[in-house]
Ligand binder design. Structure first.
Ligand SMILES: [Zn+2]
Ligand SMILES: [Zn+2]
Length: 267
């Protein structure tokens, strides 16, 4: 929602915010992030979006993580030779599969069109390529452009990432967020790779809490308390401004405690 500057001036400073608040209340469903687990209020710079910047940043991170996970997933194809898998006297009706079925299903090719399953015998997870391709097709369809051809081994993840600014305005973006999140967690469970989160030393410039964290594959540093996102450059700027003061304060406290201690010892 953008207020024309002339209208803003005409309404006067005292009335305009009240009208803005009322309009926001009326259109609450479009001013809050549509990801069910989030629901953050959208910022004034993202009024036409359906999800907040934090959820956008998650989607981007997952799309960046996906091609890095694929080699690990391929490496997980061979089943572990644990006691259950290596038992040869257990009366097994069929020879064990030489590869893990769940991994194979995930790595499998995408069906070229909608899958019809009248017998209901399609089981297991939807292949990664199929999930990504379905969303890429929807996006290309809405934009009225054909999907570009892929090089072998590629997914449409980079296509989705490149067109994310448009996707963020579509009503289905929260579903994409959910499906992609579930897909990534299924892959991480198999490859046993959780991204590491590391706390940053400077407090959040917005809420003041020591809640800033950086995470593998994510482009932003995020505040766990208020949800603020900072680029690494913004964080460095902020840290350079506030940390010297914080160190001085910490030093003063330590010195004060020491001299206070000496003083008390002297009595
Ligand atoms: Zn959100
Ligand atoms: Zn914060």
């Amino acid at each position: 929602m953008t207020y024309g500057s002339s209208e803003h001036t005409r309404l006067g400073k005292s009335r305009a915010p009240a009208i803005a608040r009322a309009e926001r209340r009326r259109s609450r469903e479009v001013t809050a992030c549509t990801v069910t687990s989030c629901g953050r209020t959208l910022g004034d710079d993202e009024p036409h979006w359906k999800v907040c910047g934090r959820c956008e940043h998650r989607i981007r991170g997952w799309l960046r993580e996906l091609p890095r996970q694929l080699p690990l997933l391929r490496a997980s194809l061979r089943p572990d030779s644990g006691p259950t898998q290596s038992a040869i006297h257990g009366g097994r009706a069929h020879a064990p599969l030489p590869v893990r079925g769940d991994v194979l299903a995930l790595l499998g090719p995408a069906a070229p069109g909608p899958v019809h399953d009248p017998e209901g015998d399609q089981a297991g997870p939807v292949p990664i390529h199929a999930v990504i391709r379905t969303w890429a097709e929807l996006l290309a369809d809405e934009r009225g452009k054909p999907l570009p051809l892929l090089r072998p081994g590629e997914t449409y993840g980079s296509y989705l990432a490149a067109h994310l600014p448009y996707a963020l305005t579509r009503p289905w973006i929260a579903d994409l967020h959910q499906e992609l999140g579930e897909l990534i967690s299924r892959i991480r469970n198999i490859t046993c790779t959780e991204p590491r989160r590391r706390p940053k030393t400077a407090p959040c410039p917005d809420c003041g809490a020591f809640g800033l964290m950086e995470e593998d594959w994510q482009a932003y540093i995020d505040c766990e308390v208020c949800g603020l996102l900072l680029t690494p450059a913004e964080y460095t700027d902020h840290a350079e401004r506030v940390m010297p003061g914080l160190y001085r304060t910490a030093l003063l406290i330590v010195t004060h405690e020491k001299t206070g201690g000496t003083h008390r010892e002297g009595h």
